[in-house]
Write a protein that binds this ligand. Structure first.
Ligand code: FES
Ligand code: FES
Length: 172
C-alpha cells in the first residue's frame, strides 16, 4: 500500500538573521522545530502550536508570521528573522535594540516565554508605525498571550520605544 506522506528530506536554503543557511527538512516539519532542532537557533519559543498564543512569532520577508503554522520547506528563498536578530550585531556584546531596552526598563517581561514572539511582532509594527496610539498597540498585542505581565508594562515599553525611535534611535 502506498504511503500517504513522504519522509524524504528536502534541502531548504534561506537567509536567517542575515546569514545564508541550507538545511534538510521533511515535508511535514514545522518551522518552529526546524529552527530550534535542525538549525539550532532556539530563541523562538513554542507554546500552543496551533497559532493562538503568538509565542512562536518570527518575521518572514519582513512580515510577522507564526512559525508553528509554517512548514519549513515553504521558506525556501525567504528572508527569516528571529529574536536573535534584534540586538545590533555590530554593537558591543550585551547591547540591546531600542525595543528590547524599553522592555528591560519597563519590566515588560517576567517568565519571558511570550517575549520573543511579542518582540518580533512589535519590531515589525514599529517599523511602519512610529507614532502609534495606546489603543493601536493594544489592538496589535491582541494576537499575543502573556500570562504574567497584565500587558500594562508591555504597552508602556512599546510607546516609549516608539518615542525613542521617532527621536532617531534605531531598532536593529
Ligand atoms: S506556538 Fe505558535 S501561536 Fe502558539
Ligand atoms: S512574561 Fe510570562 S507569559 Fe509573558
Amino acid at each position: 500500500m502506498p504511503r500517504l506522506t513522504s519522509d524524504a528530506r528536502h534541502k531548504v536554503s534561506f537567509t536567517l538573521n542575515g546569514h545564508a543557511v541550507t538545511a534538510e527538512a521533511e515535508p511535514r516539519l514545522l518551522l518552529t522545530d526546524f529552527l530550534r532542532h535542525v538549525v539550532g537557533v532556539t530563541g523562538t519559543h513554542v507554546g500552543c502550536e496551533h497559532g493562538v498564543c503568538g509565542a512562536c512569532t518570527i518575521q518572514i520577508d519582513g512580515q510577522p508570521a507564526r512559525a508553528c503554522l509554517t512548514l519549513a520547506v515553504s521558506i525556501e528563498g525567504a528572508d527569516v528573522r528571529t529574536v536573535e536578530a534584534l540586538a545590533p550585531r555590530d554593537a558591543e556584546p550585551g547591547r540591546l535594540s531600542v525595543l528590547q531596552e524599553a522592555f528591560r526598563r519597563h519590566h515588560a517581561l517576567q517568565c519571558g516565554f511570550c517575549t520573543a514572539g511579542i518582540l518580533m511582532s512589535l519590531d515589525a509594527f514599529l517599523r511602519d508605525n512610529r507614532d502609534p496610539s495606546e489603543a493601536e498597540v493594544r489592538e496589535y498585542l491582541s494576537g499575543h498571550l502573556c500570562r504574567c505581565t497584565g500587558y500594562v508594562p508591555i504597552v508602556a515599553a512599546t510607546l516609549d520605544a516608539a518615542r525613542e525611535l521617532r527621536d532617531g534611535g534605531f531598532n536593529v
